[in-house]
Design a protein around this ligand. Sequence first.
Ligand code: SER
Length: 433
Amino acid sequence: MRYWSHSEIRETFLKYFADHDHLVIGSRSLVPVDDPTLLLVNSGMAPLKPFFTGEQDAPRKRLCNIQKCVRTNDIESVGDRHHLTFFEMMGNWSIGDYFKQEAIEFAWRLISEGFGFDTSRIYATVYGEDRKLPEIPSDDESLRIWETLLPPERIIRLGAESNFWGPAGTSGPCGPCTEVFFDRGEEYGCGQPTCGPECECGRFLEIWNAGVFMQYDLRGDGMFAELPFRSVDAGAGLDRFSIILQSVDSVYETDLLKPIVEIVVSESELPADAKSVRIITDHVRCGTLLISDGVQPGNLGKEYVLRRLLRRAFLHSKLAGVSSETLLTAAATVRELLSPYYPEVKDSGELVRHTIEKEHASFETTLRRAMRELEKIVDSSNGSITGADAFRLHDTLGLPLEMTKELAHARGLTVNEKEYKEQLEEHRRRSRG
Ligand code: SER
């Protein structure tokens, strides 16, 4: 496989779908418009929901783009080879136009002929029956289509957890999906005989959700209704394509993130693959993109997502010996890398700088107080920080549990999380009362 830069991957993806009659649309903001069910745009289809429900007319029945997305549900996994909070989704959509056959063929042809992936390493998953969703039949049609392209042992039926996608938010279009995985090789695997695309070990990397076959509308009452027409929502992570097409070990070595990592490590003794370095890189990147879309740090909703990302980056920069000036340089590098694709990122220099500086100053005050408190707790602790103490740090000093955990771990201590959760519940109960 030859080396593909991220800009070549972007161009090739969009050109392929434009050549197949798709209208190229721009990325929407990370802040959802008129969608109270969703905190932040988490997928390419999220801003397009009204097209799939028929509430709005799409400019064309075939669309494609590269959409900015944020997902923080996996924030604890950031630091491994491929989890990110901000990512770019290369998406193609059929709005009441093509369905399973064409969607799978498009993905297959672009993977094999367009990008030249080694197809002997490709696996596909399809939706099999699942007792959790008795009303959704297994997707035998996709299975049969894949059987014309791949040997049967490389097509896997999985349940709802893996192969039923959506809705984005708590209601809306959703359906069974078929995903494409790339086998990175035994050296990346757990070695278990059961290892396969459903294994978490990292050997099998999901590179493309080649189609969510949207037939259903999950309503607010938890029931599925039929959508007025059938659509396809397909999405491929630009970062994951870059890992494979640049033959690198992790997303942090791709040309999407490496320049940011280099800034961070320029001031740290830590190696480029240290978890703290990766967390700083990811969180500063995501924070910069959120600020560029007008989000400011705060204590609720998307504002809290940004605050948590920035403060976690600040905390890890302390652990890694990285100054706030370097964080600002890292944010400027994020903007330099992404400005060619997103005009709002180009124009946000002052805003990003000012927001990070202000949040950093307020974090320093919080952290100083929290550290004094934590030192007292550590002195009197017995290898573990009690849930009550962790809760007090959170409640009175605004130190999130995850930061207490990280500070504790740096001192070889654990935190009693079960007790912390009990305290939190108790506090909520009393507040309600
Ligand atoms: N919405 C689907 C996903 O995020 C396909 O793009 O995986």
